[in-house]
Ligand binder design. Structure first.
Ligand code: PLP
Length: 425
């Protein structure tokens, strides 16, 4: 059935049979029973479909992954224990020591560290490019051993918007896939595969769960990248895997090859499976994602417009504002709205920020974003408090910068809270 995304949020991924539970059952079992060793052996050899140990696969997680695959328009998907695990697996599935990654410099701090520090220790080098790089600048970043291009559709926290078509073209001209983190827009506001992205990742901890309840991640493969056409670059997918009796993933599993390999090798060796409990909570979030996202974006835009008019505010950063550098890209890739996260800089720097944060009543101070309840952070007095004002300015994080994640509360309540906090400065 070709259901709309609204309906998919509710029914995709799980169809109960006669007399079976209406809600996705939580299969809280580490292992699964078989009548004969031969039955189980076929699973170990990847010759039959089924479950044997929840570190590799679990039915609850698979139902939820299938829903996310449907929402993104992908061929296959898997859940991971966190967004960090999703981005690590997505890259490490097709890179190894001696390889190279090109990534947008405007990405989540955790992902930046993963690439810049940890993957480097594993022998994988990287080149960062501006999200605004021209085609020529992008092309110049690729090397013969480059295996992927990575970016975030709306970057956390910079709120830059990725020109997906431009990045996809650059990746494909160099025979590698484009991997994008679609955490902030979610598939409700952007479906990157339709614009040429090959693999999509998520921190489901954010809007997908949406209630600050469960940590999680997801990887979705479009199934569109032709690994066999670039055999020499991707031996892991195109040559026999001796740890599974010499199967060749790209031949055996077609459009599911990339996800199959990530489960069979990376989940086997690293773990990082999402718990069935968390997957169940994530699914509750997904059931209302299509109702919540428009409201998050509406509140985000209303707050951004309000802040832009206030004398205490020096600058507002939100891609849905006509004054924003990324407005045209947002109109193209995010026509239904961006997200609920807005950042702005106060006149009066650190002292003003301290007074503003102290005065907030409804909006909570939290190191989190994309929750049903609004939250707010001043990097200078929290996540970046070890840095001086000069160091902060150099890093592009002025001491008076505030990041607010607009939840689902009444718009006027949010604006009133911000107004009284601005007045308190
Ligand atoms: C939060 C976040 C991550 C990391 O996800 P966790 O679930 O916290 O591990 C990755 N990418 C983006 C864009 C994020 O916002």
């Amino acid at each position: 059935m070709n259901y709309s995304q609204d309906t998919q949020c509710l029914v995709a991924g799980y169809t109960p049979g006669n007399g079976e539970p209406r809600q996705i059952p939580i299969i809280q079992s580490t292992t699964f029973k078989y009548d004969t060793s031969e039955d189980m052996g076929k699973l170990f050899d990847l010759e039959a479909e089924g479950y044997f140990y929840s570190r590799l696969a679990n039915p609850t997680c698979d139902h939820v992954a299938a829903k996310i695959a449907a929402l993104e328009g992908g061929a296959a998907a898997m859940l991971t224990s966190s967004g960090q695990a999703a981005n690590f697996f997505a890259m490490f599935n097709i890179c190894e020591a001696g390889d190279h990654i090109v990534a947008s410099s405007s990405i989540y701090g955790g992902t930046f560290n993963l690439i810049e520090v940890t993957l480097k220790k594993m022998g994988i080098e990287s080149t960062f490019v501006s999200p605004d790089a021209t085609e020529e600048e992008l092309a110049a970043a690729f090397k013969p051993n480059t295996k992927l291009l990575f970016g975030e559709i709306i970057a956390n926290p910079a709120l830059t918007v990725l020109d997906i078509e431009k990045f996809a073209k650059a990746a494909h001209e160099h025979g590698v896939p484009l991997i994008v983190d679609n955490t902030f827009p979610t598939p409700i506001n952007c479906r990157p595969i339709e614009w040429g992205a090959d693999i999509v990742t998520h921190s489901t901890t954010k809007y997908m769960d949406g209630h600050g309840a469960a940590l999680g991640g997801a990887i979705i493969d479009s199934g569109n990248f032709d690994w066999m056409a670039h055999k020499e670059k991707f031996p892991g997918l195109c040559e026999p895997d001796e740890s599974y009796h010499g199967i060749v993933y790209a031949e055996r599993f077609g459009k599911g090859a990339y996800i199959y390999k990530a489960v069979a090798q990376l989940m086997r060796d690293f773990g990082s499976m999402q718990s069935p409990q968390s997957a169940f909570l994530l699914n509750l979030g997904l059931e209302s994602l299509h109702v919540r996202m428009p409201r998050h974006a509406e509140n985000g835009l209303a707050v951004a417009e309000f802040l832009e008019r206030q004398p205490q505010v020096k600058a507002v950063n939100y891609p849905g504002l006509p004054s924003n550098k990324y407005y045209d890209l947002a109109r193209k890739y995010l026509p239904n709205g961006a997200c609920g996260v807005v950042s702005f800089e106060l006149e009066g720097g650190r002292a003003a920020a301290e007074k503003f944060m102290k005065a907030l009543k409804l909006i909570n101070i939290e190191t989190h974003v994309a929750d049903a309840r609004s939250c707010c952070l001043n990097p200078a007095t929290s996540t970046h408090r070890q840095m001086t004002d000069e160091q902060l300015a150099e890093a592009g994080i002025p001491a008076g910068l505030i990041r607010v994640s607009c939840g689902l509360e009444g718009t006027m309540d949010l604006i009133s809270d911000l107004k009284q906090a601005l007045d308190a400065i």
